[in-house]
Ligand binder design. Structure first.
Ligand code: HEC
Length: 200
């Protein structure tokens, strides 16, 4: 068993170890802990991509469905279908359908698409910028992502074909399923009893 004395001894040894490491670091020993370098602003910016439902984090730039249509045909249609209908991949499921299904979510045959299911248009920008095209994520400019977002929204009939999508207009778009979600109970920390198996 781990006695109190043994524990104190181990703790003391650990302390000695810590001060030894600190001493080596202070000496600037290049053979030990001399790895890595501070992240540059450009590297941090590359990871700092979040766009919130409110639109916070959207970059400047803009795009139209017509511009997006060309990009979509060249970079997206091979997987998502020319009309956004999705493409089955035998043995591997399906490349997702992006268009249609609006009004089906609460039925017995829900067709979940960006248009029918997603609650915030801003999430579409975030997703495309972060993850698509599947084989070359984060290769698109902000204008291109706005244009593709505009194209998919227009294809779903959510915005007019002549809309211009930018940070202001995108956050004003109300998705058809926006009110189809509800908040769960208060966070666990505020309502432990509700999540406890045995009760409080
Ligand atoms: C090589 C195939 C491929 C290409 C090209 C591609 N995608 Fe995708 N896309 C996928 C796959 C696979 C998923 C599902 C990924 C997952 O669920 O993790 C997906 C998911 C998506 C989704 C989310 C769908 C949902 O309902 O969850 C969107 C939006 C999307 N792609 C847009 C695009 C756009 C815009 C382009 C072109 C710039 C593009 N994709 C190019 C394969 C592709």
């Amino acid at each position: 068993m781990f006695t109190r004395k043994g524990f104190v001894g181990a703790f003391a040894l650990a302390l000695v170890g810590c001060s030894f490491i600190t001493a080596v670091e202070a000496a600037g020993d290049p053979g030990s802990h001399a790895f890595g370098s501070p992240a540059t602003q450009a590297q941090i910016a590359g990871w700092n991509l979040d766009v919130l439902p409110s639109g916070a984090g959207l970059p400047s730039g803009s795009g139209t469905p017509a511009e997006g249509s060309k990009l979509y045909a060249a970079q997206c249609a091979a997987c998502h279908g020319a009309e956004g209908q999705g493409i089955p991949v035998p043995g591997h499921g399906v490349f997702p359908r992006l268009v249609g299904g609006i009004g089906t979510i609460a039925t017995d045959a829900p067709a979940k698409t960006v248009g029918s299911f997603w609650p915030y248009a801003t999430g579409l920008f975030d997703y495309i910028r972060r993850a698509m095209p599947f084989t070359k994520p984060q290769s698109l400019s902000s204008d291109q992502v706005y244009a593709l977002t505009a194209f998919i929204l227009a294809k779903n009939g959510i915005i007019p074909d002549d809309a211009v999508i930018n940070a202001q207009t995108l956050q004003a778009v109300k998705m058809p399923n926006r009110d189809g979600f509800y908040s769960r109970l208060a966070p666990e920390t505020d309502n432990i009893a509700a999540y406890s198996i045995t009760g409080p």
